[in-house]
Design a binder for this molecule. Structure first.
Ligand SMILES: Cc1cc2nc3c(=O)[nH]c(=O)nc-3n(C[C@H](O)[C@H](O)[C@H](O)COP(=O)(O)OP(=O)(O)OC[C@H]3O[C@@H](n4cnc5c(N)ncnc54)[C@H](O)[C@@H]3O)c2cc1C
Length: 485
């Protein structure tokens, strides 16, 4: 172990993955986490025998996690048990139509049944998206010259297109278009405007969950990091990042703990890091101002509830589309309106893992994207009970009769909680919105332009996009920090 010291602010999935990579490479690493549990947005609560995960209810691709464990010389299978989620997603429309996203073969069969004319288009779409991702992620487009060099590639692949318009190029059936594009929402992107680099058509169909909940995976990652010699300081928020010239020199926390560091990974909200924690740095103030000008992704309103009875007919994950799609997305992303018919996501993890609820009972979470506090600056203590009733109305009408009478326990989670719990700018649940001009390829870099040893990691940093993006960003940031980038 060298004397090089790194601090990572935030124990979200990106922060944990970065810290494991650094620690494994011989950098003595400390994670400073404000909350009393690791996981960030992938947190959890236990109430009356029900386990409620507040972040992702399933994992699309365990490979990056398996690779992380292997890098640290350990075996993920020995630490957590993955259970297949089948189907990966169910799409449900107001007219009663249902489409299950499962593995590729099952999805092709389903498309053959409901929209045979789109079977060939779907195959082409898969190939096209794979090429975009493969080549796009290799193109960090760090400067104007890189952009120019990439121009022929961008033109050839029509890489400026949005997720939905790319799907629509290949697939004609509108329901199928929705089913193949909604996944962007789970990373805070509007399928109508998010860059097609975010497109993984049908990938929601193949999913795994962790026995005991996503929180078990987080706990296992934290334990892996500590086994490798790393330190996690829970419940001790960073309050100040000290700089000298263009270098970070030390970090101080709320308890008064302070440490020098050779490099810093910020997994917390980037604007919080630059504006609040680096308050004395003019360079950071400029970065914060630039980030504040970016459009932020919406927030989330979630209703977690434990109910009596089991519901084997309701799969692990369902999306309940509303009457409108594009218009409802514009209301949320553009106009800052609470759309009554925004797609409602319903997670039912206890159908795969009954240990998440008491015997004969079920754990559910319904959530919708809602405008962030910059677009909808309302008092959520007043709004939340109203939205809660709206959500229960939809569920009662479409899936769970008399749901209100069956509820044993639960809680809701609103944009104000994202500010209070995570210092999230404007209460966004996902950070900057992936736009055509600011999508994956143009995301905030992993290294600050002015402060040379300040790195950004997480779903808001390059290459962007939810859980998978946070893991990928830990890889990029670690490569830069270890001099491999
Ligand atoms: C309801 C919901 C469902 C979702 N579903 C999916 C899904 O299906 N698929 C998917 O890919 N993604 C999903 N996501 C998104 C995913 O959860 C996030 O993108 C991911 O967890 C973000 O990880 P992160 O590493 O960026 O950091 P975060 O989780 O944001 O963690 C940042 C950490 O920094 C800490 N912090 C902040 N300020 C300080 C400070 N001053 N000092 C110390 N620590 C600080 C915070 O407490 C937090 O722990 C979902 C999110 C939500 C809310």
């Amino acid at each position: 172990m060298t004397e090089t010291k790194a601090v990572v602010i935030g124990a979200g999935i990106g922060g944990l993955a970065l810290a494991i990579r650094l620690q494994t490479a011989g950098i003595a690493t400390t994670i400073v986490e404000a909350r009393d549990q690791p996981g960030g947005r992938a947190a959890f609560r236990r109430l009356e025998g029900y386990t409620f995960d507040t972040g992702p209810a399933a994992i699309a691709d365990p490979a990056p996690l398996t690779a992380l464990w292997a890098l640290a010389g350990d075996d993920m299978a020995a630490a957590v048990t993955l259970l297949p989620v089948d189907p990966g997603y169910r799409c449900h429309w107001p007219d009663g139509a249902v489409l299950d996203l499962a593995d590729d073969e099952a999805l092709r069969a389903e498309i053959g049944r409901r929209a045979p004319g789109d079977a060939a288009g779907y195959r082409k779409l898969r190939d096209h998206a794979a090429a975009l991702r493969r080549e796009g992620l290799d193109q960090p487009f760090a400067d104007a010259a890189a952009l120019l060099r990439a121009a022929p590639w961008v033109v050839r692949h029509q890489a400026w297109r949005s997720v939905h318009s790319t799907v629509a190029r290949f697939v004609g059936d509108e329901k199928l278009r929705q089913a193949l594009s909604f996944g962007t929402l789970l990373a805070g992107g509007n399928p109508m405007t998010a860059n097609a680099a975010a497109l993984r058509p049908g990938s929601e169909g193949e999913a795994w969950c962790v026995a005991g909940g996503t929180n078990r995976l987080i706990a296992a990652l934290a334990a892996l990091f500590e086994r490798r010699g790393g330190t996690i300081r829970l419940g001790d928020a960073a309050v100040r990042i000290e700089t000298l010239g263009d270098r970070v020199t030390a970090v101080e926390t709320a308890s008064g703990w302070r440490t020098d560091c050779a490099m810093l990974g910020a997994n917390c909200d980037m604007i919080h890091a630059c504006r609040d924690l680096l308050a004395g740095s003019a360079a950071a103030a400029r970065t914060a101002a630039r980030l504040e000008r970016k459009r932020q992704a919406p927030s989330v309103f979630a209703l977690h509830f434990g109910i009596k009875g089991t519901w084997p007919g309701i799969p692990h994950r369902t999306i309940l589309f509303g009457e409108r799609y594009e218009e409802a997305l514009s209301d949320t992303f553009g106009h800052g309106l609470l759309a009554a018919d925004f797609p409602l996501f319903l997670d039912h993890p206890s159908v795969t893992d009954p240990s998440l609820a008491p015997p004969g009972c079920s754990t559910f979470r319904a959530f919708a994207l809602v405008p962030h506090l910059g677009k909808f600056p309302e008092d959520w203590r007043r709004i939340a009970p109203l939205i809660e009733q709206r959500v229960l109305d939809v569920l009662e009408r479409r899936l769970i009769p008399e749901v209100r009478e069956r509820i044993v326990t639960g809680f809701s989670y609103s944009p104000a909680d994202f500010v209070g719990d995570f210092n999230a700018y404007l209460g966004s649940a996902f950070g900057p919105e992936p736009l055509p001009a600011e999508g994956t390829w143009f995301a905030a870099r992993n290294r600050d332009a002015a402060i040379g040893n300040l790195y950004f990691v997480g779903a808001g940093a390059h290459p962007r996009g939810g859980w998978a993006g946070a893991l990928e960003s830990a890889h990029s940031a670690a490569d830069l920090m270890l001099g491999r980038g």
